[in-house]
Design a protein around this ligand. Structure first.
Ligand code: PAF
Length: 286
């Protein structure tokens, strides 16, 4: 049975008895759940084991949005999400309101000051403050032993891992691989907001990154990816960068990550591929 709770007290009650039976594993989400989220739930289930508890949080976190229109347009199909959680065997869904999460005069924010300065953090300056703050709150509210994040948001994953390391947060951070539609588009809750024309064009983003990653020089890689993405009349590049996988600073050699954020109308999609050192194993381009 899946229990749905909406505030800290409900969550505490729901988890009190369960905590002694096994690990609590959290999958933090903003809802509009798709197969990518459900694959993270499967990882959580595996980590929690038979006696453990899988918690999915569904919260469209206002403080990580830089644009009001983006926050307002973010899909919130709560009933469908709850059905998906029930079918996936989630034990507890935590779906708080913004008022339940944040005091009106809240004045504490968690800021990561290195990794979050690049890529999405450069174009959305307060985004990772919002992500770190809400994730730390979710870790504390659930008292989770582990939390599962998608590799699609690879910068988010790096920032959360850094936060957990630097603040000694006793939560194991697990990652699940990016799931893609058959045409290569990375699964994202934002895909549903694309018009049919934008949706038909969006797979070009992954193709551009994947094909460019096969080239040798950073200049050629960036130029080829830019050419391919900009060949679409619907796409506007927010950033396209080659960065070091650990520091996220601009990279001029492998290993590197070729990462992009591209607007299709008002919808901003992100994607990336890894460029491993030549001959290195485990290089799977995502
Ligand atoms: O990746 C997301 O959906 C969000 O950034 C997260 C981790 C749930 C925090 O709001």
């Amino acid at each position: 049975m899946t229990l749905t709770v909406h505030d800290a007290a409900g969550l505490r009650d729901a988890l009190r008895a369960r905590r002694t039976a096994g690990p609590v594993v959290l999958v933090p989400t903003m809802g509009a759940l798709h197969a990518g989220h459900l694959s993270l739930v499967a990882i959580a289930r595996e980590r929690a084991g038979e006696g453990g508890t899988v918690v999915v949080s569904i919260f469209v976190n206002p403080i990580q949005f830089d644009r009001r229109d983006d926050l307002d347009a973010y899909p919130r199909p709560l009933e469908a999400d709850l059905d998906a959680c029930r079918s996936a065997g989630v034990d507890v869904v935590f779906a708080p309101s913004a008022d339940a999460m944040y005091a009106p005069d809240r004045s504490v924010t968690v800021t990561e000051t290195a990794l979050s300065r690049h890529l999405c953090g450069a174009s959305r300056p307060c985004h990772f403050d919002g992500v770190c703050t809400v994730c730390l709150k979710l870790f504390l509210l659930t008292g989770c032993d582990a939390a599962v994040f998608g590799e699609k948001d690879f910068q988010q994953l790096a920032v959360i891992r850094r936060m957990a390391r630097d603040l000694d947060v006793p939560v194991e951070i697990l990652a699940g691989p990016t799931l893609r539609e058959p045409d290569g588009l990375a699964m994202s809750s934002r895909n549903a907001r694309l018009t049919p024309k934008q949706r038909a064009d969006a797979p070009r983003l992954h193709r551009a990154l994947r094909d460019a990653a096969a080239l040798d020089s950073p200049a050629d890689i960036l130029a080829a990816a830019r050419r391919e993405i900009e060949a679409s009349p619907h796409a506007r590049i927010d950033y396209l960068e080659l960065v070091h996988p650990h520091t996220l600073r601009p990279a001029s050699a492998r290993p590197a990550v070729l990462a992009a954020a591209v607007f299709y109308g008002h919808v901003r999609l992100i994607d990336h591929v890894h460029l491993p050192v030549a001959g290195a194993s485990g290089s799977g381009k995502k």
